[in-house]
Design a binder for this molecule. Structure first.
Ligand SMILES: *[C@@H]1O[C@H](CO)[C@@H](O)[C@H](O)[C@H]1NC(C)=O
Ligand SMILES: *[C@@H]1O[C@H](CO)[C@@H](O)[C@H](O)[C@H]1NC(C)=O
Ligand SMILES: *[C@@H]1O[C@H](CO)[C@@H](O)[C@H](O)[C@H]1NC(C)=O
Ligand SMILES: *[C@@H]1O[C@H](CO)[C@@H](O)[C@H](O)[C@H]1NC(C)=O
Ligand SMILES: *[C@@H]1O[C@H](CO)[C@@H](O)[C@H](O)[C@H]1NC(C)=O
Ligand SMILES: *[C@@H]1O[C@H](CO)[C@@H](O)[C@H](O)[C@H]1NC(C)=O
Length: 372
């Protein structure tokens, strides 16, 4: 694990590289190695956008093929055909993929832990595995680690390393999605501040235990997901020029505006902390809007699903369920299963994240490394 292997990738339109390789082979994404003096440590919180196996560890199951087919060649606890953005971000730091906190079979937490769980939301607060529960799990992990280490347990994070770690958060999509299932647009908008308050609480809680480095992803264009389009795009009146649902995307933008304000506010309130706000929405929407420039064909159609164009999504026959169909070339699809992205899309999202062009303040993903 760690370094991107050649041959796994389609042609890459761009990637910020320290080294440009090759004359005859296509341009491949290379890991941009950080200058971390020590093992970089990451604690991640979120939903399926960054769950690297917590859900399947917790439930004692795994997903069925074709999940994982492109990179891991078997289901790997991720809802994708391959790696997620967080996996590529770990590769950029030359560190192992994050071990789920719920992994009880020889876990290795040397480089941090992943608390993200598929389906998670900020609210309701006290259900598994809301952001609040994930943060509680982290606080427990943190408070129990020193005693375990002094008893000889290895593969944990040392006391001082919690302060230098990076805390990444990617949550909110399920709050918005669940709200739209039962509420009107204006009721959804009214609920957004309560979601933002949970994220604020999470950052404060970690900061109070010494965390200083935060990397906060905003939420993607919900209204471009094939799943949402298949259930809400009835007459086309609510679609924008790229075929996405305007109300859902406007709610995502409203959430993001408030999240951006929160990050700005916390940057001035939390002494010595850096809270980086990353505009994932723009990264994802740009790829959907400009899909053909990147070599993708049907940006609003799931690779794995049922029903064919325009969305290839049927709630009764989702990816892996009896009757599904799967595209031949996942590298030409942005959506994997109607909700989650393909490895090819995730790789491009990650390369844009790593460019720092979408970060406020404009710092590199490895900004916390030089503090180690
Ligand atoms: C990346 O990790 C590998 C193995 O973990 C190590 O051999 C290599 O030196 C590392 N590279 C950098 C640039 O840190
Ligand atoms: C745990 O992971 C670290 C790097 O992430 C590695 O150096 C170490 O060897 C691993 N431990 C085990 C027991 O595999
Ligand atoms: C901020 O960092 C400086 C320099 O490391 C330190 O002296 C100071 O105590 C820190 N302040 C807080 C509130 O953590
Ligand atoms: C599509 O790409 C063009 C050219 O790079 C860019 O100007 C435009 O903003 C992109 N569209 C979206 C929606 O991001
Ligand atoms: C899914 O199955 C239910 C119950 O059989 C049916 O009412 C519904 O129309 C089906 N949905 C789709 C999208 O086919
Ligand atoms: C980031 O912005 C710079 C300067 O505008 C541009 O040259 C570069 O191509 C951008 N990188 C990405 C990945 O968008």
């Amino acid at each position: 694990m760690g370094v991107v292997k050649e041959g796994c990738f389609p042609l890459f339109p761009f990637f910020t590289l320290h080294v440009i390789l090759s004359l005859s082979i296509p341009l491949l994404p290379l890991s941009v190695h950080s200058k971390c003096a020590k093992n970089p440590i990451i604690f991640n919180f979120g939903d399926s956008n960054s769950d690297t196996g917590g859900y399947v560890d917790g439930l004692g199951l795994d997903f069925v093929p074709p999940n994982g087919r492109t990179y891991f060649h078997q289901p790997a606890g991720r809802l994708s055909d391959g790696r997620l953005m967080i996996d590529f971000l770990c590769e950029s730091l030359n560190t192992s993929y994050l071990t789920p906190y719920l992994n009880s079979l020889g876990p290795n937490f040397t480089n941090g832990a992943n608390f993200a769980i598929i389906g998670s939301a900020t609210l309701p607060r006290y259900v598994p595995f809301s952001l609040h529960v994930q943060v509680s799990q982290f606080l427990r992990f943190r408070s129990h680690s020193p005693a375990l280490m002094s008893n000889g347990y290895k593969d944990l994070v040392g006391d001082g390393d919690f302060e230098n770690a990076l805390y990444t958060i990617d949550i909110g999509q399920n709050d918005l999605a669940a709200s739209f299932d039962s509420l009107s647009y204006s009721q959804v908008i009214d609920r957004i501040p309560s979601f933002i308050t949970e994220i604020k609480y999470a950052i404060w809680s970690i900061y109070q235990k010494g965390g200083k480095n935060f990397w906060v992803h905003n939420t993607g264009p919900l209204g471009c997901l094939p799943q949402k389009l298949a259930s809400f795009a009835r007459d086309g009146s609510e679609l924008d020029e790229h075929g996405c649902l305007v109300p859902l995307n406007n709610a995502a933008k409203a959430f993001n505006a408030q999240l951006g304000d929160l990050c700005k506010q916390l940057n001035s309130q939390l002494i010595n902390a850096t809270i980086v706000y990353v505009d994932i929405y723009s990264i994802k929407y740009d790829l959907i809007a400009n899909a053909s420039n990147y070599g993708f064909t049907s940006p609003l159609m799931a690779c794995c699903g049922y029903g064919g164009p325009p969305y290839n999504y049927n709630a009764n026959i989702t990816c892996g369920r009896t009757g599904y169909t799967v595209c031949h070339e996942g590298s030409k699809f942005i959506s994997w299963d109607g909700v989650h992205y393909t490895e090819a899309a995730n790789a491009i999202f990650a390369s844009n994240i790593l460019s720092s062009n979408y970060s406020t303040p404009s710092v590199n993903f490895n900004f916390f490394c030089n503090k180690i």
